[in-house]
Ligand binder design. Structure first.
Ligand SMILES: [Fe+2]
Length: 296
C-alpha cells in the first residue's frame, strides 16, 4: 500500500485550505459583493401583441444592509439599470435584510432616495416582500412614499405605451405574517387584483414569491417573481437547503413555462439566511417583450 509522505500530506492540506479559503472568499465576498450581471430574456408570451415592444428592468431582493449590500452597491444598481434605458423599471420586494449577520441598518429613507434616481419613461413600480413585512412594512412604505415610488399591493394600473395600453398588476406579499413553521398568512389577494382589469389589454403581474403562479390565470401574459435568490447557493445536482422541496424543479430560477403561462424568476441581488452566494451571481433582469414593428 503506498504511504503518503508528510510533505505530500502538508501540501494537500495546504491545497485544501487554499481551496476552502478561496471558495469562501468567492462565496462571501466576490460573487455577492462585486458581481452584478444583466440577464436578458426576449419573449412574446400568449396575449402579448407581437408588435408592442416593451422593455422592463427588474430589480429584486436587494436586502440592503451593512456590510453586505451598502449604499455604494445600491448606487451601482441604479447606474446599471439606468444605462439599460428600459421603458419600465420594477422592484419585486425584499428591500430590507432581516438576518442576524447585519452589522448596521441602512435607513430606508436613504436607499429609497437612491431609487428615486432610477429613470424610465413609464416609471418605477415596487411591491413588498416577506422581509419588508418582517422588518416593518409601515416603515418601508413610508420611505418609498417619501421618495414618490409607486407601491402596488393588490392593485392593477392601466399604462399607456406607444399609443397602446397594458395592465401592470402588483400583489401583496404571500408570506407577510409568519407565526411559526406551519402557520402563515399572506397579504396577497389575486382575485381582487384581477377584478380591477376592465379591458382586454395584456397584463404583466408582479409577485414576490413564485408560489402563486399555480393560481395565475392565462389572462396574465407574464408573471415576474423574485424571493428565491435562485437558491443563493447553487451547485447543479446538489440539494439546496434554502430552496423548498417543491421549488427545486419548478420555481427556483429563470423562465418557467407551464400550460402556456409564463413566469420569469429573478435570482435577485442580496442575501438572506447566510451572507453568501455561490453559483447564482447577483443580477438585474432585463425582459424584452414583443418586437419592434417592421418599417414599411
Ligand atoms: Fe423574499
Amino acid at each position: 500500500m503506498p504511504l503518503i509522505t508528510r510533505r505530500a500530506l502538508l501540501a494537500s492540506a495546504g491545497a485544501g485550505f487554499f481551496v476552502a479559503a478561496s471558495g469562501g472568499a468567492y462565496a462571501g465576498l466576490i460573487e455577492p459583493g462585486l458581481m452584478l450581471n444583466v440577464t436578458e430574456y426576449r419573449l412574446t408570451p400568449p396575449g402579448w401583441p407581437e408588435d408592442l415592444p416593451l422593455s422592463i428592468a427588474v430589480i429584486a431582493d436587494v436586502h440592503v444592509c451593512e456590510p453586505f449590500v451598502p449604499m455604494s452597491r445600491v448606487k451601482r444598481i441604479v447606474e446599471t439599470v439606468n444605462a439599460l434605458k428600459p421603458d419600465l423599471i420594477v422592484h419585486l420586494g425584499d428591500h430590507e435584510a432581516t438576518y442576524r449577520f447585519v452589522s448596521a441598518r441602512v435607513p430606508p429613507n436613504e436607499w429609497a432616495a437612491a431609487y428615486a434616481d432610477l429613470s424610465a419613461p413609464l416609471g418605477l413600480y415596487t411591491i413588498l416582500g416577506n422581509h419588508d413585512w418582517w422588518h416593518n412594512a409601515d416603515t418601508i412604505r413610508g420611505a418609498l412614499d417619501g421618495a414618490r415610488i409607486r407601491i402596488m399591493e393588490n392593485e392593477a394600473e392601466l399604462i399607456e405605451h406607444r399609443g397602446r395600453r397594458f395592465w401592470l398588476g402588483g400583489l401583496g406579499d404571500q408570506l407577510a405574517h409568519l407565526f411559526d413553521r406551519r402557520r402563515r398568512m399572506g397579504e396577497d389577494d389575486l382575485p381582487a387584483t384581477l377584478a380591477q382589469i376592465r379591458t382586454k389589454d395584456p397584463m404583466v403581474m408582479l409577485v414576490h414569491e413564485p408560489d402563486i403562479f399555480d393560481e395565475m390565470p392565462a389572462r396574465v401574459s407574464l408573471t415576474l417573481a423574485g424571493h428565491t435568490h435562485g437558491g443563493q447557493i447553487y451547485v447543479p445536482g446538489v440539494p439546496n437547503p434554502f430552496i423548498p422541496r417543491d421549488y427545486r424543479g419548478r420555481f427556483r430560477y429563470g423562465h418557467v413555462v407551464e400550460e402556456g403561462r409564463h413566469m420569469i424568476i429573478s435570482g435577485g441581488i442580496g442575501m438572506s439566511g447566510l451572507p453568501v452566494r455561490f453559483g447564482v451571481p447577483p443580477e438585474i433582469v432585463m425582459v424584452r417583450l414583443g418586437n419592434e414593428p417592421a418599417v414599411a
